[in-house]
Ligand binder design. Structure first.
Ligand SMILES: [Ca+2]
Length: 369
């Protein structure tokens, strides 16, 4: 989940970075002063090299982790699971560096560029190979969850290019670093705690918990809390292995989409042509969204398909029933590509709240019909 820029951007990063830079030299200087000669004949620790990460950060991280460990034990988790998950973890400067390099809003390429990079020949070909390999699992999963196999493939392709790009970061280490670092501390602390729960279940080896620098795991790129809620065993071995088992991956993605409201028998949406004279003020949404706010703010209000047709929209696809409700989204603004999105589109946003992402999932799934 959460490809670059979609979710993790935010304010305050530079302010905190400035604070850290302001504090770090002082901390280092204080250390050198107190470690000076003639206070004792006992061996002194070597003076920190200039290229070392700030020792104060490592020490503070260890203290924070000790507090987390105590909280987990107080939560009743077995000491073996807690220590297997977070024992000996080290602060990762690389993860913080990547977190701070996240682009802010407004820096993303156009949707045309984004979709061109994500819905293209190589990934479609890869998707067709995977579809041939797991066709039976896709059909069985659709029968029980109502989520079409093509949509599962659309998510899978967007999340990890069907397993080609999953990330090799140790997820507990990444999450502990991000939680300690402080931006969205509560979120990352909860996700770190979820990794302890996963290890405590005893079905997935600790070393399997790998993923993106931001904690998204395996081929489904589930955050640990999503793993606990939606990961499923599809091949019958009793383990929900989103890293290596294709049947498990299929079942898990479909379970997540169904939980986020995907309903059988309807699609996600479709491309439309908007007549030049459409009065967008007339279709504007006046109800403020409460979640996924900036993304849903780009959608019109819900209007029945019959009314959209009366307003002059056309499509090369089959129209849904006239009473089906749809919102208009023009990701590059009027004059660019335009889509009517149905209720199921919101389930795609539940996976990752980004119009670029959800539209690309839809378009990729259409390519894999
Ligand atoms: Ca399994």
């Amino acid at each position: 989940m959460a490809p670059a820029g979609a979710v993790w951007h935010g304010a305050g990063v530079f302010a905190r970075l400035a604070l850290l830079l302001a504090l770090a030299p002082g901390l280092a200087a204080a250390r050198i002063t107190t470690a000076g000669p003639a206070t004792s004949f006992a061996p002194q620790p070597p003076a920190p090299l200039l290229t070392d990460p700030p020792h104060g950060v490592d020490a503070d991280f260890a203290a924070w982790l000790a507090g987390f460990r105590a909280d987990e034990l107080a939560r009743g988790l077995p000491v073996a699971a807690v220590d297997a998950t977070v024992g000996g973890l080290r602060y990762s400067p690389r993860v913080v560096e990547l977190d701070r390099a996240q682009p802010g809003t407004g820096t993303a390429a156009s949707f045309a560029d984004y979709a061109g990079r994500h819905v293209e020949g190589l990934i479609v070909a890869r998707g067709r190979n995977v579809r041939a390999d797991v066709g039976t699992d896709l059909a069985a999963t659709e029968a029980t969850t109502g989520v079409p196999g093509t949509v599962v493939l659309g998510i899978w392709g967007m999340e990890s290019s069907f397993g080609a790009v999953t990330g090799t970061f140790d997820v507990p280490r990444s999450l502990a670093t991000l939680a300690f670092d402080g931006r969205r501390r509560d979120l990352f602390t909860r996700e770190l705690a979820a990794t302890v729960d996963i290890v405590a279940r005893g079905t997935i080896p600790r070393e399997r918990l790998t993923g993106s620098w931001a904690g998204a795991m395996g081929q489904t790129q589930f955050l640990p809390s999503t793993y606990l809620a939606a990961a499923r065993d599809g091949d019958g071995d009793g383990r929900a292995d989103i890293w290596l088992s294709r049947p498990d991956i299929v079942r898990s993605i479909a379970t997540k989409l169904a939980a986020d409201g995907w309903r059988a028998g309807a699609g996600w949406g479709f491309a439309v042509t908007v007549p030049p004279g459409l009065d967008r003020g007339r279709v504007r949404n006046l109800v403020l969204p409460t979640t996924c706010i900036t993304v849903l703010a780009k959608h019109s209000r819900w209007i029945p398909i019959g009314e959209w047709r009366a307003l002059g929209l056309t499509t090369a696809m089959l129209w849904p029933p006239d009473d089906a409700l749809a919102t208009l989204v023009e990701p590059d603004g009027p004059g660019g590509r335009a889509f009517l999105t149905l209720g199921n589109y919101r389930a795609l946003l539940g996976y990752n709240c980004s119009n670029f992402y959800a539209l690309s999932v839809g378009l990729l799934s259409d390519e894999l019909r």
